[in-house]
Design a protein around this ligand. Sequence first.
Ligand code: DGY
Length: 330
Amino acid sequence: MSERPRVFVSRVVDFDLLASLEQVAEVRHNAADQALPRAALLEAVRDADALLCGPDRVDAALLAAAPSLRMVANCSVGYDNIDLAACTARGVWASNTPGVLTETTADMAFALLLAAARQLGPARDAARDGAWREFYYRGWLGRDLHGATLGIAGLGRIGTAIARRAHGFGMRILYHNRTPNVAAEAETGACWVSKDALLRTSDFLVLVMPLSPSTRGFIGAAELEAMKRDAVLVNIARGPVVDTASLTAALQARRIFGAALDVTDPEPLPADHPLYRLDNCFIAPHLGSATLRTRREMFRMAIDNIRAALRDELPPNCLNPDARRVGGGA
Ligand code: DGY
């Protein structure tokens, strides 16, 4: 009887769903909801044929430590943690979880927009801490979303879902992509503008692009300087698309109205980071896709990708279909 393939699961979303992997493979997993130390991860993948991972770094060193590895299923849509070129060169397929988290993440973008616009962070703290003693006419005055201009940097799947919601809020929608998204324009009424125009005209600017060398530092001191004084910045993409030091300085100087961040650089921010002390900065601990249903669907999708790879079929969400041809094992 041939040996069962070995799968290592570095993060478990739902233990019941693991059963469908156990039907086809010998599965080991990290039971804690926290990343394994790097050395432990490298040890854990030593004899693995497939890895289901969270935001762990999958790079040439990990691939070298896992000579049997043929498949890496990332349990997220963003895959900046994976060195795709290294995977392809080694003949390792990699996959992500597109689609299932689109609407949930767009909901979160609106939660952040509203939290920052209506100063929910400091207002909640004040209510809890006893500073709310009567009705105030001038307390925690926010910004209206309705009638405002929303700028979207990165009008892909999630950006389009945000634009759809913005339409319902009565917002004017601008966006900037390297390549215009004509289908999303037709559906949502979003208008393409240059990056400079996006910065200068948006009342609310949401960052939704993937992290890549070209988007790293997309918002720095010059960009913050170009934004409207009463603008709100929301980052639901990846921390490094914003230069943290520049944003901190801009918020401290009240250069813009506020920011809401679902992702930070570094992530997490150290507990003593000055951004936590600013009442014009709302920080959430990377919750974009964090609903029960969506996280289960992401995990199920990652498992399905591994099951396909173990059958030697192209995983449905494969990011590098050429890997087996280029790196061997086709
Ligand atoms: C994603 O899927 O990319 C989310 O940010 C969760 O990691």
